[in-house]
Write a protein that binds this ligand. Structure first.
Ligand code: GAR
Length: 190
């Protein structure tokens, strides 16, 4: 049986779509069974719903504390009997309330060559620093923001005249290939 994966998003969800599509291949070891968002207007939620995938929106603004939001999200994720969680553009700082129950089973994709450029504006920071290359990393989620063990990375050269937008677009293409590959590899180990 395919391993059950839940995906967390906050926006467009292009990485989520790449995971859904990879999971639908007959030989895939995993399938995306639910998509959850902290944003009511996350574009990816409407798409997932149209695809017949279980969706859940839990608006973080409805909660007084990070822990209260994380508790509600964790209750939903536990109810889905998931083997793994893939954060894909989930723009929330998570607390141990959410992270600890999924330790070793929660992955994230980050648009930098970690440990460089944790947090936001990764591409602009790489350009401003004069770096010759940027990229993306898939890592395990731990309580340290973007700090868990890196599983795999892809490097992308920074070209002359590059802007954060052009670089982000080229890195995103690589994210869509890397994340399904890593999820498949991790799935085969659990
Ligand atoms: C992706 O580039 C992802 O790596 C990044 O947000 C984008 C989401 O795009 N994630 C982070 O910055 C997490 N710190 P998507 O919604 O189209 O997948």
């Amino acid at each position: 049986m395919k391993k059950r994966v839940g995906v967390l998003i906050s926006g467009t969800g292009s990485n989520m779509k790449a995971l859904v599509s990879a999971g639908r291949e007959a030989a895939s070891l995993f399938e995306v069974v639910c998509v959850a968002s902290n944003k009511v207007d996350a574009g990816g939620i409407a798409w997932a719903r149209e695809q017949g995938i279980a969706t859940q929106v839990i608006n973080h603004k409805d909660f007084a504390t990070r822990e209260a939001f994380d508790t509600a999200l964790n209750v939903y994720l536990q109810s889905q009997r998931l083997d793994l969680i893939a954060c894909a553009g989930f723009m929330r700082i998570m607390t141990p309330v959410l992270i600890t129950p999924w330790a070793g089973r929660m992955l994230n994709i980050h648009p930098s060559l970690l440990p460089k450029y944790k947090g936001l504006h990764t591409h602009q920071r790489a350009i401003d620093a004069g770096d010759k290359e940027a990229g993306c990393s898939v890592h395990f989620v731990t309580a340290e923001l973007d700090g868990g063990a890196v599983i795999a990375q892809v490097r992308v050269p920074i070209l002359a005249g590059e802007t954060a937008e052009t670089l982000a677009a080229r890195v995103l293409v690589e994210e869509h290939k890397l994340y399904p590959e890593v999820l498949s590899d991790v799935t085969s180990l659990i």
